[in-house]
Write a protein that binds this ligand. Sequence first.
Ligand code: SF4
Length: 216
Amino acid sequence: MASLNKIAAEINKCKKCSLHEDRTNAVPGEGDPKADLLFIGEGPGKKEDELGRPFIGPAGKLLEELLGTIDLTRKDVFIANVVKCRPPGNRDPLPEEVEACWPYLQQQVNAINPKLIVLLGRHSLDRFLPNMKISTTRGKPMRREVENLGRYVFYPIYHPAAALHNPNNRQPLMEDFQRIPTVLKEVAKLPEKDAAEAEIEDDVDEPEEKQARLEL
Ligand code: SF4
């Protein structure tokens, strides 16, 4: 399995999609390589592009505040993005850009092997659990098998930027964050194989029903 440093080195010289053309720096991600918690956002913004580090702008400041409320710092977790180079003007990443960058994220997830993957916002949710809405899945931990990745527990929550843009999202984000320590404890109790696995594979077309049944 590739080390995180090796993956980062590949990302830094990557030209697999057009996002490399405008980048100042690629942003591979950073944090504890053995973290229990992996946070995955959408893509780098202006400040992140300038410094090559994830979540260091206003949304990053809020993320750090939220981590502080559960007695963690960014050094205790790993923070990455779905795409590693900044989309021009902070536009949404295109599907082909997300797919071009996917092998790096896949390798990072497998190298870290986190207990819980916190999906920050709809783009992150969509890459791992397609056809689900962030508004209805937020705050619901789900164990899923993802093709070419493996079986992990995912916890979708609002992106911190969504809470900055819309104050109505702030309270739900706070509440979902406060549940993270409890969710981690529940994940630790899960057997390697459990009865839920069959349900996970069977009801891919019924996301809302699935969420309710598999809530940890
Ligand atoms: S976004 Fe990903 S795939 Fe595209 S150039 Fe950057 S590292 Fe490579």
